[in-house]
Design a protein around this ligand. Sequence first.
Ligand code: SAM
Length: 244
Amino acid sequence: MRIDVLTILPDLVETFARASVVGRGRDAGLVDIRIHDLREAATDRHRTVDDAPFGGGAGMVLRPEPVFRTVEVVDPPRPLFYLSPAGRVLDQSYVRELAGLDGFSLLCGRYEGVDERIRTELIDGEISIGDYVLAGGEVAAAVVIETVARLVPGVLGNEQSSIDESFSDGLLEYPQFTRPADFRGLLVPEVLRSGDHGRVERWRRAQALARTLDHRPDLIASRGGLTQPEQALLVEFGLDTTTL
Ligand code: SAM
């Protein structure tokens, strides 16, 4: 998996790409992250990459030349996505789609955004990380990189982690506990200490259903509601079915 990032703040992305799970995946050669400084393609001595918008208005706009030139010189892996509030909103199924690619590239905007000709002539798509406005695409790039890299086989120590977690089955994850079994009188549920793996699995499934029903009923609705066996599972563990 190769991910190229085009940015005017390469250090910001580089620091992130060196840390934790992404950094380990990179060190192990599983994710090849290459960061390109758009300013290197600027031609004036101040390495200017922005200019005022035609027609007037607030702020500055990222000029087309440094972005086109960087793409021509670097030939980054396609698709090239512009990180933008107007893009397709990232969710776990989109992350899985991206993780299925051999590589892709991310263009980070700054200022008021990029010259429209970059959008119409250069990029292949747009990704948003949510319905809010960041100051630049670098944090969005970090989100895309981390969510995708952890799905690349071998990056997480335990592959089961990305199978069991929230959204993997349209549900939020069940509650997790670790030692001590009794923390200030707060006890770990008996079922988790029972050694009965079948019951543990059923309890976890019931908890995931109940939590999703409570926190994100929209996710339950989008999978067509609860099936009869799922309702029975909630009843088996005495969980709230009043919102069914
Ligand atoms: N004027 C733009 C608008 O109203 O849509 C916002 C520009 S924003 C201040 C600067 C840059 O941050 C954008 O070019 C984009 O690259 C990035 N950005 C902002 N919000 C984002 C989001 N929700 N998802 C992905 N990138 C975002």
